[in-house]
Design a binder for this molecule. Structure first.
Ligand SMILES: Nc1ncnc2c1ncn2[C@@H]1O[C@H](COP(=O)(O)OP(=O)(O)O)[C@@H](O)[C@H]1O
Ligand SMILES: [Mg+2]
Length: 207
């Protein structure tokens, strides 16, 4: 629903639209467009909207370098919502129309999942990004969703770009030198694949 509040259009978000929640943001289906989501800040730093601002900057920087990048959820800017300022992004959906799940949700909660296929998809995703020198270091199980295609194949999409320069380096060499960035991407991809195996094997602990 869109309400008019002091002359400004405001999106009304409620629990029926909630898709999922991360540490700093809750992700809602856009009430007027089912191809979009709206992310609003939650938690301690809710007031400053920092995650959304960082994500939008990260997205804009990425687009300056990688104009034809399809495997991310694109960002379209801010809107006013009943829960504060929200960032509008693409909603990633399976071919059948369901909202795509994160790797985490699939490997932890889904009994019948093809872990080998997911590891292969993660490996190819990391290799694709590395070869294009796309710096997306935050390859987290909860920040990648897998779009299920009609043929049963998963297509990966990065949905959280706020940590793209998440180097964890005193001197951020990976931000300036392709060589170091590639090495880091290879390591982060390997960690991602190891985590898929580890969390799948121990999934009962996390349910
Ligand atoms: N574009 C999207 N399409 C589908 N689901 C999404 C999308 N963006 C986020 N989500 C879901 O919302 C969760 C939280 O969003 P995220 O941006 O990762 O928030 P946080 O900054 O708190 O980590 C994700 O883990 C994912 O389940
Ligand atoms: Mg996240």
């Amino acid at each position: 629903m869109i309400a008019n509040c002091s002359g400004v259009d405001m999106l009304v978000l409620d629990d029926s639209l909630l898709i999922n929640q991360g540490k700093s943001r809750a992700c809602y289906l856009h009430p007027a467009d089912s191809d979009l989501v709206v992310k609003v800040p939650v938690g301690k730093k809710k007031e400053n909207n920092q995650s959304n601002i960082t994500e939008l900057h990260g997205y804009q920087a990425l687009m300056r370098e990688q104009i034809d990048l399809l495997c991310i959820s694109h960002c379209y800017g801010f809107v006013t919502t009943s829960l504060g300022k929200g960032l509008v992004c693409d909603c990633i959906r399976d071919d059948e129309g369901l909202i795509s799940k994160t790797i985490w949700d699939i490997i932890i909660y889904q009994d019948d999942c093809d872990v080998d296929h997911i590891k292969e998809v993660a490996h190819d995703f990391g290799r694709f990004l590395t070869r294009r020198d796309t710096r997306l270091f935050d390859l987290n199980l909860k920040n990648i969703v897998l779009k299920l295609r009609y043929d049963g194949v998963y297509e990966p999409f990065a949905v959280d770009l706020k940590g793209r320069f998440d180097n964890k380096e005193t001197i951020p060499v990976s931000s300036y030198f392709k060589y170091f960035a590639r090495k880091k991407m290879v390591r982060r991809t390997r960690q991602l694949i190891e985590r898929i195996s580890f969390f799948r094997e121990n999934r009962m602990q996390w349910q």
